[in-house]
Design a binder for this molecule. Structure first.
Ligand code: GYE
Length: 333
C-alpha cells in the first residue's frame, strides 16, 4: 500500500534498479553454471602477467603458455612486466577491471602481493601462481601454485659438487651468480645449494651477487668476480643465461670454462645444454618451462569451481656432459 503512495518517478527508478540486479544475478549464475562466459564467443578468458623476457627459459615459458591457450580454446590476455613488480600489479588490476575469468601470473619477487591478490579475491576471480611463489601468509588468496621445487634444484647442484670435488686438496672457492633479488628461484636455489655444500667444509662461497637472470648481468658480475678473486674454482649460476654470459668473461680472462672453473647452472635450455655438451659447463639441474598445458587445465578447473591441489610440482632431472650430448637432439626448448 505504501508503494502506491510513492511518486511515479521514484517507483520507476526502483524498478530499473531491480531489473539491473536481476539481470546481473542471471549473468552471474550463467557464469558458474556453465563454466564459461567471459569472451565474446563464450571462451574462458585468462589474464596472464609474465615476468619479462629475461632468459631463454622465459621465452620458452611464454611460448608454451601461448600455444597451450590456443590449443585449449582459451582466450589469453598476455602482459610482459619487464621484470617490474609495479607493472605486474598494474596488469592484474587491469584484468580485474576487465572481469577476466581467471588470472595467472609468475610473480617477479615473493613479497608484496597481498593487497592486489585480495582485490582479485573480492572480485571473485580465481588466481593461479605459475612458476614462482609468493610469501603471502593467507593461502586463500590463490587457488594453486604450479611450478618447480627450486630448493631441490639448488640442493641437487650442491650434491653434485660435493661428489665432484670430494678428492680436491684444500679449499674449493665458489662464486655464485644469483637470480633476480627477492625472487623465489633466487632465494630457494641459494638456500638449497648452501644447505647441501655445508656437508663439506672445504667448499666455500667466496662471493655471491645478483646477475638478474640475464646474460648481460652474468657477464658483468663474473668480470668483477674475476678481478677481485685470483682463485675461483667453481661458478654456481642460478640459470643458464647468466652462466652463458659468464663464459665470455672467463674466456676473456684467459681461463678455460669447464676446466679451470667448474660451472654448474640451472634450467637446461638448449643453449645451456649445448654448452654442457661442448664441455664448457659441467652440470645442469633441469627446470622445465613447459607449464602451458597444465596451466590451461587448471584454469578450466578453477573456473568451473572444481577443487585443485594447492601445490603442483613440475617433474625434473639433472644432466652431466655425457647426458647432455644424448638429450640434446630431442630437446624442445
Ligand atoms: O630459472 C630463469 C628465469 O622462474 C624458474 O626465471 C624461473 C627462472 C628461470 O629467468 O631462467
Amino acid at each position: 500500500m505504501r508503494n502506491m503512495r510513492m511518486p511515479m518517478a521514484r517507483r520507476r527508478a526502483i524498478a530499473v534498479v531491480a531489473a539491473v540486479l536481476l539481470a546481473g544475478s542471471v549473468a552471474a549464475c550463467g557464469n558458474s553454471d556453465t563454466g564459461s562466459d567471459g569472451g565474446d564467443d563464450g571462451k574462458i578468458v585468462l589474464g596472464f602477467s609474465q615476468v619479462g623476457a629475461e632468459s631463454g627459459w622465459r621465452t620458452a615459458n611464454t611460448n608454451s603458455i601461448k600455444e597451450a591457450a590456443a590449443e585449449a580454446g582459451i582466450e589469453l590476455k598476455f602482459d610482459d612486466a619487464q621484470q617490474k613488480q609495479e607493472n605486474q600489479i598494474k596488469a592484474i588490476r587491469n584484468y580485474i577491471q576487465q572481469k577476466v575469468d581467471v588470472i595467472a601470473f609468475s610473480p617477479v619477487v615473493e613479497s608484496g602481493w597481498d593487497t592486489v591478490l585480495k582485490e582479485a579475491k573480492d572480485a571473485g576471480i580465481p588466481v593461479i601462481l605459475t612458476d614462482r611463489a609468493v610469501d603471502s601468509a593467507d593461502k586463500s588468496l590463490y587457488k594453486t601454485f604450479l611450478g618447480s621445487d627450486f630448493v631441490k634444484e639448488g640442493r641437487l647442484s650442491g650434491e653434485w659438487l660435493i661428489e665432484n670435488k670430494k678428492d680436491a686438496a684444500g679449499d674449493v672457492n665458489i662464486v655464485e651468480l644469483q637470480g633476480t633479488t627477492g625472487s623465489a628461484p633466487a632465494n630457494d636455489r641459494k638456500k638449497g645449494f648452501a644447505e647441501a655444500i655445508a656437508a663439506d667444509p672445504k667448499l666455500k662461497v667466496i662471493a655471491s651477487q645478483t646477475g638478474d637472470f640475464t646474460r648481460a648481468g652474468g657477464k658483468q658480475v663474473m668480470e668483477q668476480f674475476l678481478k677481485a678473486h685470483p682463485k675461483i674454482d667453481v661458478l654456481f649460476a642460478h640459470n643458464d643465461d647468466m652462466g652463458l654470459g659468464a663464459l665470455e668473461a672467463i674466456t676473456a680472462a684467459g681461463k678455460v670454462p669447464g676446466q679451470d672453473i667448474t660451472i654448474i647452472t640451472i634450467d637446461a635450455v638448449k643453449d645451456g645444454m649445448q654448452a654442457l655438451a661442448d664441455g664448457k659447463f659441467n652440470f645442469i639441474a633441469e627446470c622445465s618451462p613447459l607449464l602451458g598445458p597444465q596451466l590451461m587445465d587448471l584454469a578450466k578447473k578453477v573456473h568451473a569451481g572444481e577443487e585443485v591441489p594447492p601445490r603442483i610440482e613440475t617433474e625434473e632431472t639433472t644432466f652431466t656432459q655425457e647426458q647432455a650430448k644424448e638429450a640434446l637432439p630431442n630437446r624442445k626448448y
